[in-house]
Every structure is written in structure tokens, then in C-alpha cells.
Design a protein around this ligand. Structure first.
Ligand code: TMP
Length: 246
């Protein structure tokens, strides 16, 4: 499988043209950023682990009937995915208060929420991914009502599945971020499918027993041990390669 020209470089991934039309190659970097790239660094081996973790979770989701862009792994840092037009509305799911919502609304970190909270953000680095309402998305033309409904429905199913998967591994799924895209099949039919990644970069994972943070907050908050945390998630998911050496 040879990759074509570079189409896009994001903060954690690079997208290249694939061999087949309607496919692209997603390359996972070790680069880590936080606070809208004001803080930059490297988490050694992160790209390899996030490629494995995302592929594993997306395969489970496909098997549950949730359409995703994932096709197959190509090598340790690359996966073949369907080419989508990313909907510029990030979906944040919160089961427990943590991170930006605590600052924004004065909540205490660790406070359980009465129900799953779904928030939308406008995907724009220039504007710092601000929180928006569904109405903003529709009125400003970023997503249709129907797309928001599909995204919301898939998001709740993903949360149910992922929360259960994580509890089985002794981990609490605190919150996470999803991105969806529009995919046009060979018959010209357009679908909304899950895209991007699900990894310790995009989720908060707390150990159920100790409360230890096993995600990118170790980097964001200078807690140390980010490499070990990513490896621990991969290990518990059963995808950590033997003798893995970042
Ligand atoms: P937040 O508390 O900073 O709003 O983050 C909520 C969740 O979304 C957390 O699991 C991290 C994830 N997230 C991303 O994946 N990308 C981002 O750019 C941000 C801000 C958060």
C-alpha cells in the first residue's frame, strides 16, 4: 500500500491520499498539544499506540452496526480509512465533570453528572473550538438538523458501549470527543459516519480503583508518565505489542 500526496496535517495526525478513490491514509504522530496548541511536546510511541487503540475500538463499533471510517491497519502508524468531509462540529460526551466544564461552570472535578451530557464545539483552532448549541450549527450551516440527530444518536450508543468496555478493564470513562464526517458511497449516497480517532488523546480515562489518570491529562497537567498511561490503556485493551518499546 503506497500513500499518495499529503492532503492535510493536523496536530496529532497527517492525512495522505490513498490508492483507491474514496480512501485516505491516516498517519498517527507522537506530537502532543494542549490548550489549542499553546503547549507542545512529544509522547514517545503515542502514534503507534493510538493507531492500535483507535483501530481496535472502531472495529468493535463497526461490529455493533455503528458506521466508521476505519477500513484496516496498514502499518504501525498508518491506517486506511474512508475519505470523508469532516463535519466541523465536535461532539463532547461527559459522564463525570472534568476539564473545561469545571472551569466554565464552576463544577468540582470528579462530580458525577445526573445524566450523560452531550456538548457541541465549533471545530476551529482559530477560535479555540468554542462551545456552541445545535442551533448555532444549523443556522450557521455547519451541520443539518438531521445530521445532528444522527450524530447524537450514534454518540449515545458509542458512550454506552465504550463505558462498558472500559469498566470491564477497570477504567472509568469520564469524557471524550468524537468527530463525524460525510461519506459518499459508489452510488452517490451520502452517510454520516464516525471519523478521526478514539484514544487517550481524546478521552479521559481514570482507573476505577485508584483514580489514576490514564490519558492526555498527564501531559496537559505535567503529571509525568504519559507514555506509561497510553501503554497501560493499550495493554488492558489487549493490543499492546509484546516487548513494546517507545
Ligand atoms: P475538555 O474538558 O478540555 O473540554 O475536554 C473534554 C474531552 O474532549 C476530553 O476527553 C479531551 C477531549 N478533547 C479533545 O479530544 N480535543 C480537544 O481539542 C479538546 C479541547 C478536548
Amino acid at each position: 500500500m503506497s500513500r499518495g500526496k499529503q492532503l492535510y496535517e493536523g496536530k496529532a495526525k497527517v492525512i495522505f491520499e490513498g490508492e483507491e478513490p474514496q480512501t485516505v491514509i491516516q498517519y498517527f504522530k507522537d506530537d502532543a498539544t494542549a490548550f489549542n496548541a499553546q503547549k507542545k511536546g512529544t509522547i514517545n510511541g503515542k502514534g503507534i499506540l493510538n493507531n492500535l487503540i483507535t483501530g481496535h475500538i472502531f472495529t468493535h463499533l463497526e461490529n455493533l452496526g455503528i458506521p466508521t471510517h476505519f477500513i484496516e491497519h496498514i502499518n504501525d502508524r498508518e491506517q486506511l480509512v474512508r475519505h470523508v468531509d469532516i463535519i466541523p462540529v465536535e461532539v463532547i460526551v461527559r459522564n463525570i465533570a472534568a476539564g473545561s466544564i469545571c472551569k466554565r461552570l464552576g463544577l468540582e472535578e470528579g462530580q458525577p453528572l445526573d445524566d450523560t451530557l452531550v456538548e457541541y464545539c465549533y471545530k476551529s483552532d482559530e477560535h479555540g473550538d468554542p462551545v456552541i448549541s445545535g442551533e448555532h450549527a444549523v443556522v450557521l450551516g455547519w451541520a443539518t438538523e438531521e445530521e445532528l440527530e444522527i450524530m447524537h444518536y450514534m454518540t449515545l450508543r458509542i458512550n454506552d458501549f465504550l463505558s462498558g468496555l472500559m469498566v470491564g478493564m477497570g477504567i472509568r470513562l469520564v469524557d471524550f470527543k468524537l468527530e463525524f464526517g460525510r461519506f459518499v458511497d459508489e452510488d452517490g449516497e451520502e452517510y454520516v459516519i464516525l471519523a478521526d480517532e478514539i484514544s487517550p488523546d481524546t478521552c479521559r480515562f481514570w482507573d476505577l480503583e485508584t483514580g489514576e489518570k490514564l490519558d492526555k491529562d498527564r501531559f496537559r497537567r505535567d503529571l509525568g508518565g504519559a507514555e506509561d498511561a497510553y501503554q497501560e490503556i493499550a495493554r488492558r485493551l489487549g493490543v499492546l505489542p509484546e516487548n513494546f518499546n517507545a
